[in-house]
Write a new protein. Structure first.
Length: 205
């Protein structure tokens, strides 16, 4: 059932992302096109174009609402810090590997998009540790320095060259979505270090 839930969650997330990014983006383009057309249209037509504009605008709002509803409830219910803490204890309970967590107090307020990316990358990294690393310890930290926010997940497992699969590709896509940098370092025998740096995180809340 954990797998089924994870699959369902992943699917919801994918749909939410597509709704928000693809359809939201297309509708925004339509809206801008309509505005340009309305600006140059003769009076009788302008009225009609404004009506269409309003319809598109409310569709855009609906799309965003649906996307928001599809987001993981745990983030909304608990907030990022508690959601990360729940993620860590679930991971430890399943894998038997303890997680040392360090979250800076007084992190800047973050937008929902940024929180979701942080949560998902932490989630995939821990899943990878459980599946591939044979680690005995994991560290998860979320720290702020000079406006940059850094999420790090390190393990002391077997490391080794990472053949990037769908999991890591997904992390890269998510990082890209919010203009963050994702780096993975994994030396054979030297554990794995996943690092996400969000520049100027405070300014995008
Ligand atoms: N913490 C880790 N320790 C050791 N190897 C890792 C670790 N994380 C990832 N890997 C290696 O990198 C590969 C790619 O990871 P990725 O998450 O992209 O795919 P996956 O976990 O195999 O499958 P999925 O697409 O379901 O996530 C893994 O198959 C594994 O060999
Ligand atoms: Mg994976």
């Amino acid at each position: 059932s954990a797998h089924a839930l994870a699959a369902q969650e992943g699917e919801r997330q994918r749909i939410a992302r597509e709704l928000h990014d693809e359809i939201g983006q297309s509708l925004t383009v339509v809206l801008l096109g309509l505005k340009r057309a309305a600006d140059r249209a003769p009076d009788d037509l302008r009225e009609e174009l404004h009506t269409v504009q309003e319809t598109v605008r409310s569709s855009l709002d609906e799309v965003r609402q649906v996307a928001r509803r599809l987001r993981p409830g745990v983030l909304e219910d608990l907030g990022l810090q508690s959601a990360l803490s729940a993620l860590s204890s679930d991971f430890s309970a399943v894998s038997g590997v303890p997680v040392t967590r360090r979250v800076d107090p007084g992190l800047p307020a973050l937008s929902g998009d940024v929180e979701l990316v942080l949560y998902r990358i932490a989630q995939e990294s821990l899943t990878n540790v459980a599946r591939h690393a044979r680690a005995t310890r994991v560290e998860l930290s979320l720290t702020a320095q000079a406006g940059d926010l850094t999420l790090r997940i390190t393990d002391d497992g077997r490391g080794g060259a990472l053949q990037e699969g769908a999991g890591i590709r997904g992390m890269r896509e998510r990082a890209l979505l919010i203009g963050a940098r994702l780096t993975l370092a994994s030396a054979p025998g030297g554990g794995t270090d996943v690092r996400l740096v969000i520049p100027d995180a405070a300014e995008r809340s």
